[in-house]
Design a protein around this ligand. Structure first.
Ligand code: G1P
Length: 289
């Protein structure tokens, strides 16, 4: 199983972060010193992905610019002896990286966004979908690498799962597991954003999917689902016997929410050698107030 492509939907407007996102795509907001979108690309690249297919909107040209070579800046940093900084802007996504941009046009939902990549995926090909709002911190293998291992051993498409124990579950697609063995669940249903009382389990599908090309046969752009949007959840449901769920190892930050975004900055800041001591003592000070 060779997985070389990732689809990254970035066409959403990011209104929750206005005014910051008036002229800056939400995916370009930094966590510490790196835009969210670069974390997504680096995660996929580490897992062997070489083609990054952005489903985008014409207002998001800075994302394209971010992944273009900037030899002037690179050479200047090298001349100034700033090799470390220079390396952070060179070959993002790996030396073989290919970036493809597909305009979504009208934003009709996540299922529709993913379907825009149909012509870029070959028959029988496996591919990832990464929602860059979901940022992960892991100790060993990253979430994408973990999911590839699971797909190889189970030979099924994979949904990344997280246990959500409160009302927040109604913000997600929620699976109904038939059996759970450690971190792996077999599934016989999934429902998009159920009421808390109706949620079939506490296992939410989060922003990482490993699909086969056949998923496109299940996306129905003519019949929108929940909230009038074409939901990927409905496509998954219509092919549910070919999926398993996997509870990832690591921490997840929902950077689509302000609190999740701030928490990510704190956690990644604490993990940064240059910042951790100062940040830790600032947090200690605040604790005593
Ligand atoms: C989307 C999906 C939902 C999934 C969530 C993960 O929802 O529709 O099933 O649980 O991503 O972040 P959105 O957050 O775009 O409303």
């Amino acid at each position: 199983m060779l997985i070389k492509k990732v689809v990254i939907p970035v066409a959403g407007l990011g209104t929750r972060f206005l005014p910051a996102t008036k002229s800056t795509p939400k995916e370009m907001l930094p966590v510490v010193d790196k835009p969210l979108i670069q974390y997504a690309v680096e995660e996929a690249s580490k897992a062997g992905i070489e083609e990054f297919i952005f489903i985008t909107h014409h207002s998001k040209s800075s994302i394209k610019k971010h992944f273009e070579e900037d030899s002037d800046l690179f050479n200047k940093l090298m001349e100034d002896g700033k090799e470390d900084l220079a390396s952070t802007i060179k070959n993002i996504g790996g030396s073989e990286a290919k970036f493809t941009y597909i305009e979504q046009g009208e934003p009709k939902g996540l299922g529709h966004a993913i379907s825009c990549a149909k012509d870029a995926i070959d028959e029988d090909e496996w591919f990832f979908v990464i929602l860059p709002d979901d940022l992960f911190m892991t100790k060993g293998a990253n979430v994408t690498e973990q999911m590839i291992d699971i797909a190889k051993s189970e030979n099924r498409q994979v949904l990344a799962l997280q246990k959500i124990e409160n009302e927040e579950i109604s913000k997600y697609g929620v699976i109904s597991p038939t059996s759970t063995n450690g971190k792996i669940s077999t599934i016989d249903g999934i429902v998009e954003k159920p009421d808390y009382a109706d949620a079939p389990s506490n296992l939410a599908s989060i922003g990482r999917y490993l699909f086969k090309q056949t998923i496109f046969n299940h996306i129905d752009n003519d019949n929108p689902g929940k909230n009038g949007e074409v939901q990927i959840t409905d496509a998954i449901l219509s092919d549910i016997e070919n999926f398993i769920g996997y509870e990832f190892d690591g921490l997840r930050f929902d950077c689509g929410s302000k609190s999740g975004y701030l928490k990510a900055n704190i956690e990644f800041g604490l993990a940064d050698e240059e910042l951790s001591v100062e940040l830790r003592s600032f947090i200690e000070e605040k604790k005593n107030l």
